[in-house]
Design a binder for this molecule. Structure first.
Ligand code: SF4
Ligand code: SF4
Length: 410
């Protein structure tokens, strides 16, 4: 059938058999209990629009934005509806017809303009410590006051200099197994550069030489998930140009969303893309020799864009943590539920995002672990904030920041 208003085929929309299974798993529907919050409701609206029976207006655009893109609906769907394709097409049409909200527009502008992000970093980094206080979870800062209706607000620390301020090369320890190109993404480059250092050290210890090219930019996820596909294409083309000049065996990411976007949308990239957790699992025998300096209780949160976006098996991170000496693994209830971040969903729907976040934080708190680990800087940040909000003792950490403590010569 021909493409209609949304630029996607009618067959794609009509695949939904309206069974309602997605209602059982959708974190947003779980709170709102309103049909337009869930995949079935959004697909119905998209179908009406595609048939020309409904015009996109602000109210309908808001319904399309009421989604964390956690893909739980896709996973449970008995007929395997390509929900992500539908929601991105619907948001793209909504962006064209009614525009993108100011907070999303600001986020896209900031992340897609490297010079602007670096200037903000240079200007604000030296002062930020005076206006924030430290958080229990490393590398995060807290506002010194509570925000009405939200409570404690956590911010990552912006850096005065990005991690890839120049082309950088970190040789493997011992015999080189492979040379990898580290796609850092904005969160590691401009905020969590300590974690980027940890990723490099862990890879070097496993025998991988790591190349961090200067010529790489935001993967474009903020624009892509907001439906600003023109800005996304621009970011993608800039990255393709810069990355294609490099020589490496594969590209590695340590951010679930970067990995998901690169694997799914960067088909022209002349390298295979691998997520850090895939490489760690492949080296499980070696990691089994590593020992943490003290006994630690660990639990794991599955990022949506790793288990559903990239379909990486859930046992990979759990098996890695279980072999680590001095580590005791404790399972987390609903470990693969969304943390509530959803990229700019947290900005556009702070109250719903907060409820999802607190549910996650309470489940983590019940484990009484020392650390909740994950492999996405956005999840690390949002979970750290949730744990602060409920005054939990558990700390949120990227898996690379834990493994670096267990390296043989650390
Ligand atoms: S992607 Fe997640 S939040 Fe969005 S409709 Fe599906 S289950 Fe709900
Ligand atoms: S689970 Fe799939 S088929 Fe069923 S209502 Fe949701 S999107 Fe439609």
């Amino acid at each position: 059938m021909a493409d209609r208003v949304l630029g996607i085929s009618q067959e794609l929309l009509e695949k939904c058999v309206r069974c309602g299974s997605c209602r059982q798993v959708c974190p947003v529907f779980n709170i709102t209990k309103e049909e337009p919050s869930v995949a079935r409701g959004k697909i119905f609206l998209a179908d009406m629009i595609n048939k020309g029976k409904v015009e996109v207006n602000k109210e309908i655009a808001d319904f399309f934005n009421l989604c964390t893109t956690c893909l739980r609906c896709e996973e449970i769907c008995p007929v395997m509806v390509d929900y992500e394709k539908i929601i991105i097409s619907a948001r793209a049409l909504a962006a064209e017809k009614v525009g993108i909200s100011p907070e999303k527009r600001a986020a896209i502008k900031l992340f897609s303009n490297r010079k602007l992000l670096e200037t903000v970093g240079k200007l604000t980094a030296p002062l930020s410590r005076f206006f924030t206080k430290s958080s229990k979870s490393p590398y995060n800062r807290l506002l010194p006051f509570k925000v009405p209706k939200l409570g404690k607000v956590l911010l990552p620390e912006i850096k005065a200099r990005p991690f890839n301020y120049e082309d950088r090369f970190f040789p493997a320890k011992g015999k080189e197994r492979a040379k990898v190109l580290f796609f850092t993404g904005c969160m590691f480059n401009n905020f969590y550069s300590e974690t980027a250092e940890s990723v490099v050290k862990v890879l070097n210890a496993l025998g991988y030489s790591v190349l961090v090219p200067k010529e790489q930019y935001c993967c474009g996820a903020p624009a892509f998930f907001s439906g600003d596909l023109k800005s996304f294409e621009k970011m993608k083309n800039k990255n393709l140009k810069g990355l294609s000049r490099q020589e490496a065996d594969f590209v590695i990411t340590a951010c679930a969303t970067c990995g998901h976007v690169l694997k799914k949308e960067y088909k022209e990239l002349p390298f295979k893309v691998r997520e850090l957790i895939e490489v760690l699992f492949e080296n499980i025998e070696e990691i089994g020799k590593w020992e943490l300096p003290e006994k630690l209780k660990l639990t794991w949160h599955h990022p949506c864009h790793i288990v559903r976006g990239q379909k990486i098996p859930r046992n990979y991170p759990l098996d890695v943590l279980k072999v680590l000496k001095n580590a005791e693994f404790v399972p987390l209830e609903e470990a693969d539920n969304c943390c509530g971040m959803g990229g700019s969903f947290k900005l556009s729907h702070p109250q719903i995002s907060r409820e999802i976040q607190l549910k996650k934080a309470r489940n983590i708190d019940k484990t009484r672990a020392d650390f909740v680990l994950t492999e996405c800087p956005g999840c690390v940040m949002n979970i750290a904030e949730g744990l602060e909000r409920i005054d939990s003792k558990v700390k949120s950490l990227h898996i690379a920041d834990l493994l670096v403590r267990a390296l043989p010569d650390s």
